[in-house]
Design a protein. Sequence first.
Lengths: 241, 503, 373
Amino acid sequence: MSTTTPLLELRNVHSYYGNIQALKGISLTVNEGEIVTLIGSNGAGKSTTLRTISGIIHPRSGEILLDNKRIDHIPPHDVVKLGVLQSPEGRRIFPRLSVRDNLEMGAFTRNDTAGIAEDMERVFDLFPRLRERANQKGGTLSGGEQQMLAIGRALMGRPRVLLLDEPSMGLAPVLVEQIFNIIKEINSQGTTVLLVEQNALMALEIAHRGYVLQTGQIVLADTAKALSENEMVQKAYLGVE
Amino acid sequence: MNPRIRAGLAGGIFGALITLISVDQVVYLAGMLAGTTAGMMVAYMEPQKKWLDGLRQGIQAGLLGGLFIVIAKLLRAILINPLIGDSTDLGGQFMLGLNGLVIATIISAIFAVIATLPRPQDLIGRYAMVAILTLIYPWIDQYFQYRFMGEVIPVLVFVLMALGLNIVVGYAGLLDLGYAAFFAIGAYATAMVASPHFGISLSFWLVIWIAAAVAAIFGVILGAPTLPLRGDYLAIVTLGFGEIVPIAATNLDTFSLSILGFKVIDNINLTGGPKGINPINRPYLPGIGAFQSSQPIPWYYLILIIMIFSIFFILRLRNSRLGRAWTAMREDELAAEAMGINIVKTKLLAFSMGATFSGFAGAFYGSYISAIFPESFRFEVSVMLLCMVILGGMGNIPGVILGGLLIQFADRLFLPQLSNMMQSIISSPQVQLPSSLSFLHELSFASDFRLLLFGITLVVMMLLRPEGLIPSERQRMELHADEEPVVEQQQTEVYTARNQETV
Amino acid sequence: MATQTVDTSTTGRNIPWGLIGRISLVVFFVLFLAVPLWNTILEMIANPQLLLRQLIIGLTNGAYISLIALGYTLVYGIVELINFAHGDVYMIGAFMSLTLIGLFGLQAATPPEVRYPLMLLILVITMAFTATLNVGIERFAYRRLRTVSRLAPLISAIGVSFILQNVGLLWGYLRFPALNGVMGSNAVAPKSFPNLLPTQNLLEPLQAVFGEGFRVRFTGKDLIMIGTAVVLLGALYFFVQRTKLGKAMRATAQDRDAAALMGINVNRTISLAFLLGGALAGAAGMLVGLYNGTAVFNMGFKAGLFSFTAAVLGGIGNITGAMLGGLLIGLIAALSDQYINAKWTNAVIFGILVLILVFRPTGLLGENVQQKA
């Protein structure tokens, strides 16, 4: 997976919430076709990174590049139009819209009705449970189903880069495995993935490369395999004594 | 902008507006007000240590303000006086303007010099000056034949109410849109026990306390349902009560009560209906006799005394545990409750304390006008009071007083004077009004632009300066938090890659 | 720092105020209101034709109240702001439609084939005007304040309300000859609408069935009022439930950040909510102006109060709720006018508002506002 320019790149990004600095000079790259994971404990700044990429927060300094074009100060809806879609932390599906409507919202920026219908079929193929519940209101779904819906919704935008924020959160281990397998499947179908996770074990299993984030700074960057064998990572994040 | 210029500008515009629309003699009052404004502002913005520097800055600001007054006087002499038959002797008008300038400069200088004193002499001196000016005003009014006294007294009543509203909105952070209801309750309570209406005729000095107590009790009654509500819903409910009270007052001239079908009370006239209740007893002092409407001076001093007492009491409240509980509750209700503050008691006390001062105001007002009508207590009044608090600066007393005076001034003096002036101009024989402008005959700034005055005040203040003209430090911090300079957070690194080796 | 003992005793603290409040309310009701209520019901049954007429009036009330209530509910659902000025937008709609009526020279004598198409055109123009006005107000007076504090937009809305009222007051000065005298001779007095709606009783044929004593009236006016409202409400419902933009609006109301992540332009969607609300309010203004034959600068206050109560009754943010609430409040207002006394109706509605907000703030059908993540 080596390409000359990375698909997504962050250069020395500093992000703030009001006066509190959350990201202190983050630099990372995601190459096309990869799964890159960002691991770290609570409050390390993982979600903030994704929110900054998506344009919900604008970095105070630093650059974010998609295909070498800057996207760090454009509004969120433009980021989506360029093909960067997120499945946010906590799922954030629309509780009173039906499953189908939720998916439609994912395709909001698109106009090709045929393509949208096609993609919805694809999502239903990927997540058959959603097809069963297509007309149910999103809020009535279980946690795992909501996570599937969130990912499916993001897929509906035909993303070039799929940002996943803690897909394992609050899910039973069996479901977590299921979700992660599906993520691998999505990636094998050609979608680039930036995966933010607290569950470092699973994340490093499916990722190609990874970064470790601590209090707003990248402290380690390596292939996933190397990270999973790294002593510090093992002690801090993999529960190895 | 240079603070002296700013202060001079503010005072000057104020003074110029007054001068422009008023007759000759008012220029002295304009000078006084301009001087006070300029002097206070310049000292606030650019504090000096040495009295000579203070003198210099005061004179400069005052001169600038006075200059505006002179220009305004001349403009009036040239443009307006010919049309309304006032003096067009430019030399004389210029001299008058100059008098105003002199007064403005002197007063501004005095305030600026006082401000150079160390605290607390500075504060004492400033308040003393304001007190002196306020206390001698009736004589100034009489000397120059202003005849403003009749208007000044209701102004002070409304300022008193604004101070009461400030407790609820400014200190406790509860947006009360129905505050006029307590004014009504105080006034009606007074009317019911100090007039021929029910035949009860108590002395005013007793009644004012009764009215305040009744208002305070209603503060609790009307505040209780709002306890579980937050921000905007609380505002709407208070608005609801603010409307129900005048409606009840209008309709309860035929009040019947039946319990379980049996008529207990049949058709009594409780509130006098739309016609209200009149006459109402006046205060009586041995030596002066009963207060008369034609003699405003005793009323003036009475309301001043009530206000001073109220301000004193409100300050004590603010600096007490209750006041601090209000602040905590305003900032974050949940956190305050977690710290052990009894939110129920704190909120109810805010409403009832606020209502008390409205009760005083209502009692005074009812007695002063010697009549009350439900029309005087409608939503507009509540909104006007809100304007005063917001314009001046929520949560601080000088701000609220200033805001109150400005709004009242604009509403009672400026708009009507503007109206009169315009009417004089267009009815003067020298002016031929084109028929397309004939509607100006009908237009009355006083009544047709009031709502615009209140509305624009609220919108503009919210957009430009939500903390008010004289902000309390805390409000300014609260409202402009995102514009603060960046503070670098030093966080201890618990575990970094660099430290790896040392583990 | 000296430690102080904290008084943690709870004796005498746990007075169940809520329960006391509820019990006092029930006692109050039984002692003072139960018997009069029963008498009123008897009165209603005694004269069924009058009751029927009140129900019809209630329906026409409900028509315009629902239209305005939708504006409140759409806006509150999406930005959690009580748009105080909304009732006054309705009033401006009435005045605008009156101006257009004058401009087009419509009178009672105008033949129907000219009159009705023109009225439709006026309706469209008025709705477009109030829609734009509402969007402008949001842009100018509310948008920037969303981040300042919770209450700043509300205070600004009060200010806008007063500004609009004053505009309504001064509107009467527009006495251009082109307007054919529709503004009357006194600028600030209430204005009269020409009699443009059909007033004959559509139920007259039923006299043949029920006999001469059957005098229930349901006029063409009533039909047009209710019919127009139903059409507009239906169109709005369809838009919100079935179209992409409509769903996007609902999505934004449910979770603003997630909506942004979908590529939905949040600001534009908020403007859309204001646009729709404003259009409906303008339509209501024209309908009421034609129905009652009059418009006055402060008509927005009462209508706004009734409509906001309706929105809260149905469940704030809930679109079907606003329609249901509008209907209910319309009925209650009509019944109160007839069987209690019109001078108390405002207080009754206010009372209902207070009761709902205190005892069941989510309304009948449940509220529909931002999920706090």
